[in-house]
Design a binder for this molecule. Sequence first.
Ligand SMILES: NC(=O)C1=CN([C@@H]2O[C@H](COP(=O)(O)OP(=O)(O)OC[C@H]3O[C@@H](n4cnc5c(N)ncnc54)[C@H](O)[C@@H]3O)[C@@H](O)[C@H]2O)[C@@H](O)CC1
Length: 522
Amino acid sequence: MPTYAYPSRTVRDAEVPLLEAGAPLMARAAAALARFSAEVLRARRGLVTGSRVCVLAGPGNNAGDALYAAAALARLGARVGVIVLFGTTHGNGLAAAVRAGADVIDLDSGQDTAQRTAALTELTRAGLVLDGILGTGGRRGLPPHVARLIRDWRESEFGGTVVAVDMPSDLDPASAGPESRIHADATLTFGGLKAELIDPRSARFTGPVHVVDIGLGLSAEAAVAELLAPEDLATEFPRPGPESHKYSRGVIGVVAGSREYPGAGVLTTGAAVGTAPGMVRFLGAHDVGERVLDRHAEVVLGPGRLDALVVGSGDPETGAIETGLATIAGTAVPVVLDAGAIEMVGHAEAAPVPGAAGRLHGRPVVLTPHAGELSRLLSRLLGEIITAGRVAADPLLWARRAAADTGHIVLLKGSQTVIACPDGFAVLPAPGPASLATAGSGDVLTGIIGTLLAAAQAKRRTGGEDGPMPDRVVAHTAGLGVLLHNAAGYLSINAEQLVTAVGQVTSALVHSGRAADGILVQ
Ligand SMILES: NC(=O)C1=CN([C@@H]2O[C@H](COP(=O)(O)OP(=O)(O)OC[C@H]3O[C@@H](n4cnc5c(N)ncnc54)[C@H](O)[C@@H]3O)[C@@H](O)[C@H]2O)[C@@H](O)CC1
């Protein structure tokens, strides 16, 4: 199952009726936090007893979670110190911690030097710090005395573990990370993954994020994003069944490669073959097609009915692109545009391929740019220079912007690939190995994604579903393609090996979900 992410507001709203009905949400959150914290302490020193735990307690319920968890840890023998940062905190939580033996330092406005020194000592010697300063009720900016304490602490010899409660306090993904910010080693978030936490730029503040179900029952429809893990590929890969035949499994068309880059045609088509469709049709240039056929005898040359089309890897000539698009005229089959074909999008007037906009209309289109290609597309769309550096610095923002402006799904390739739908919904597949950063790797990705889309489209067709595939389904399917690319990446060091590895991973997936477990290394 994917992990869905929600705006904080959605999570807070979902809590209200449950709290009114008396659901013990905070008790559930605190119990999970105590269990997680005890594991952290045991991993550090083998036992909880005698460990030092420090709670940074803000004014709201976020501190409540931390204080009740700290009380539970104190009952297990931990020595707990609570720093009350704002003069006031969660009363019942504080009482519980004190009853369990916690010491309290009241920093108030930070004027008292002795209290400041005591607070810093408490923080610095802790094996575990629970950041309960602010959660979903937080506004940006910490009071100066709190910011100063955090800065002094971060400059100290601290060697403990920091766990953020629900989210790192005052989380600002855009911040370059000044010293007065909480940098957590792990974040335990309650009820649902908060959208701020999935921003690729937040990772350096959150550490790994763990979601704790406290029974809010949030629906997938309310989500603004989903995270995909390797297990999702193992679960969802379209395996053939006894009823399957080549047309029910999907026919993928490939327009890739050129006189200048013939290898891209071979790689994209090879990846399509390796992802196990019903059939691969190669629609690119004749001489590239001959090379493709030399390597992959099962490929059919020339047009015919398709369930998806990939266009653009290796900058195919305009004539080949026109042939490919003409093949799918009058259908709603999905199209993947890569590399040179992305140049067709975002022109106010004459596009490089005449009539392309009309051919793309009314069907799902996935663009697969890297940061440089997306920067060129955005610059065309927005009429100002958007550098690749800016795109790479905030991938989610720019992918969403391009998706909204083009009406297409944008898959921005990078160390954290992000996929954005025109409505802002995002799919974030787990990151893959850095070895995928190599020439030809993107060509392989488009072949995989196109084939998975063809399989999904064929399933819709045989199931009698009309109309274009919904954007979120397309983005999700593209995300599964990224996971397959990642899994193959762990078995290879260059694009040619990657194609072979795609076939190996697919073979494991097709023949046994279990066998795949051994291969889908992450
Ligand atoms: N509602 C519930 O019962 C549950 C809440 N939970 C926890 O409660 C948190 C939300 O609690 P709250 O709504 O109390 O919100 P917070 O704990 O984030 O704190 C809000 C308080 O902080 C003040 N504040 C906000 N930003 C500030 C700033 N920059 N500087 C100084 N003061 C600031 C606000 O005026 C308000 O008094 C969640 O993040 C989660 O940790 C969980 O226990 C799950 C159940």
